[in-house]
Every structure is written in structure tokens, then in C-alpha cells.
Design a protein around this ligand. Sequence first.
Ligand SMILES: Cc1cc2nc3c(=O)[nH]c(=O)nc-3n(C[C@H](O)[C@H](O)[C@H](O)COP(=O)(O)O)c2cc1C
Length: 223
Amino acid sequence: MLTVKERIAKNILKFTVKLLSPRQVRVWQHRFWKSKQLLKEVQRMNNALIVYYSNTGNTEKVAFAIQRGLEKEGMEVTVKKVNEAIKEEFYNYDLVCFGSSVLHALPPPPVFKFIRKNDRRYRIADEVQVSSPKMVNKNALVFVTYSGPHCGVNEALPVGKYIRQFFEHLGFDVKDEWYEVGEFYNWELGNIKGRMGDIRGRPNEEDLALVELKTSQLARSLK
Ligand SMILES: Cc1cc2nc3c(=O)[nH]c(=O)nc-3n(C[C@H](O)[C@H](O)[C@H](O)COP(=O)(O)O)c2cc1C
């Protein structure tokens, strides 16, 4: 419970923070603000952005399951495909979830393009700092769908790590990387005899229900 003085301070801060750029907020946070707790409360917007790339629909299914999980916990959620989100301001969200599939053990070209463009944009804006100090209340979640026909999840890890480091560069706290199995469309052998077993129809209802549950738990942990 805040005292009257703290409530007034909180409201003044709320207005001030709105006028500052994320970079200025970070400078404040590091130089002047001893108790980060109040600032954290002020900056909390209870919103999330989900950005994803999906060629055959698997990653999209996971993105929608994440959306359901977040909305269940009362978060306001915006969902966009990578090509719709190229100029999105990530700092406007408490939580940014980024999803991709795997193409020949690497991120697909639209994901590379998205990250390269945004990396350049945020570097020009001086948001990429040496040692990547964490921003208050800026969280990210990485999710990847893959088939792993040859060597399992190791085929997907470079994709997850590549996305993760991008958000870490911006000062986001990357809460997790989720690797979900997805059917490899039009490749019978890879779907039945691959390292992940019979993956036809995945992610299936059970997979998606689990994703939804994990997401709700994540959203609760941010409160
Ligand atoms: C041309 C092609 C190459 C792929 N390469 C890999 C790969 O190297 N490793 C892997 O685990 N999955 C690979 N996959 C499988 C996809 O990553 C997987 O099916 C994913 O769930 C597709 O997601 P999407 O439906 O959202 O596009 C490939 C799929 C295609 C069509």
C-alpha cells in the first residue's frame, strides 16, 4: 500500500516517464533511481506484442496459443506477422514474444531481415549499449517450431539463440526459449522416421494446451 506522498511521486513519475525516450529512462534508472520498485510499477503497461514468421502455419498456431495464455491473465495482446511489425517499437510493451520456424538449421530469410533491420534501427537510436544493461520491466520470450528430422532440437537452437541475443542487445530480459515440434509438410520420411518420432499433426491440441498453460504461468510471474 503506497502512502499519499508515494502516490504523488508515482503520478509525477508516470507523466515524466511518458516524455522520456527508453534511453533516457535507462540513464535515469542507472544514475539516480535507488529503489527500482516504484519505477517498475510506473512503467508496467500490462501489454504484450507477439511477432512471428510462419510459412506452413505451425508457428502461427503456437503464436495464437501464446495469445490465449496471455489474454487469460488479463494482458492486452497485439499479434503481428514479421512483415507487419518491421517498425514496431518494442519498448512500448512489457513483454515481446518472437516466434520463428527453422529453415535448413537457420532462421528463415524474413526473420534474418527483420532482425538485421531492427538491430540497425536500435543501434542508430543509441539503444544498444556495451554489456547490454537490462531495462526495467522489458521482457521477451522466444519460441521456435522445428521438425528436427536429423539431430533433433539441435537444429533449432541456433534460431532461438539468434533471436534471443537480439532482444538481449536491446536490454530485454529474455525469460525463456520454447522449442515446439512441428510437422515437416510434404516430407513423409522426415515426419515418421526422424529424431523426434512421428510428428504428423504437431503441434497438436495437447502441445498447444501446454503452450497456453506455460504462457499463463509466465504472465503471472511478471505481475
Ligand atoms: C524447406 C524446409 C527446410 C526445413 N529445415 C529444417 C531444419 O533444418 N531443421 C528443422 O528442425 N526443421 C526444418 N524444417 C521444418 C520446419 O522448421 C517446421 O516444420 C516448422 O514447424 C515450420 O513452421 P511454420 O509452419 O510456422 O513455417 C524445414 C522445413 C522446410 C519446409
